[in-house]
Ligand binder design. Sequence first.
Ligand SMILES: O=C(O)CCC(=O)N[C@@H](CCC(=O)O)C(=O)O
Ligand SMILES: [Zn+2]
Length: 336
Amino acid sequence: MLALGKLLELTLAGREPAEKTQLTVEGVRMRWLSEGALEVRPPEARDNGLDLLLSAGIHGNETAPIELLDRLLHDIARGDLKPRARILFLFGNPEAIRKGERFVEQDVNRLFNGRHEQSSGSEALRACELERLAASFFSLPDRDRLHYDLHTAIRGSKIEQFALYPWKEGRQHSRQELARLRAAGMEAVLLQNKPSIVFSSYTYDKLGAESFTLELGKARPFGQNDGVNVSRLETRLKQIIEGSEPALNEVALDGLKLFSVAREIIKHSDNFRLNLPADIENFSELEVGYLLAEDIAQTRWIIEEEGARIIFPNPKVKNGLRAGILIVPTTDENLA
Ligand SMILES: O=C(O)CCC(=O)N[C@@H](CCC(=O)O)C(=O)O
Ligand SMILES: [Zn+2]
């Protein structure tokens, strides 16, 4: 296997490779760009015009997606997987990955779309570098652009695998991309309805990619991910990489559940209280009238929406950040 296939090993060791560019026997070029960043380029004659950004480890303790990207890279470096797409592999927060923590000082996934400029420290610098790497990767004209930012969640979930689809004024969510996600094993998609400061929102909003955050199960340490079944996603990613995807069922979306955001719960102060059991699962339903959260100045979050569910409840976030998302079921009528 080519040494650059061991991007994860290099990243965990904090090492730079001696050789920055290597070629497989089929002429696939692997190029190390920076810590945790590697570009894969097929020979020109095989290139099918897709630019695919695969990121994981934006949160350092979310190891199943990191292991998945590591397997794909090994397969490419051995010549077992023969890309027709250009690919950028990114391990988002190397320092946090080495520590096995979600983040070191601050959550990288709250520092995109310019937020890093109002901040300092290594994670703000890393968010800036990730934006630069993504922008440079997605700078070639007339190519399809796809970004999957892979995560696992802090808690269990009633719907194990789901995607979050960013929003941009005047741009419609794509039915074809939803069909692709369904084929990759996603059971639900949350259609966002406002701008955001996460990585997938940056590549969607500023770089014109079709971009998604994918949640694949519960976060566990390296080597303990048997409970996270990524086989459907892995198969689909290999097909996307090799340009051999079977046709998609766009009409029915094959039972994919769609949700929209009703409200984001923002923590404003240290007085914030979230009225949920510590082990509550994502997608748990909340009844109308339920007092979900309280904060300073008599702020009360009371459920008003029929069919409301909660995802990512987290009262420990820093003040000013999202402490949960209230979602409601929606339909496919506004898709492009
Ligand atoms: O389990 C949790 O509470 C968080 C899991 C996670 O890291 N989710 C991403 C979602 C990003 C998005 O909104 O697209 C995050 O919170 O950064
Ligand atoms: Zn995450």
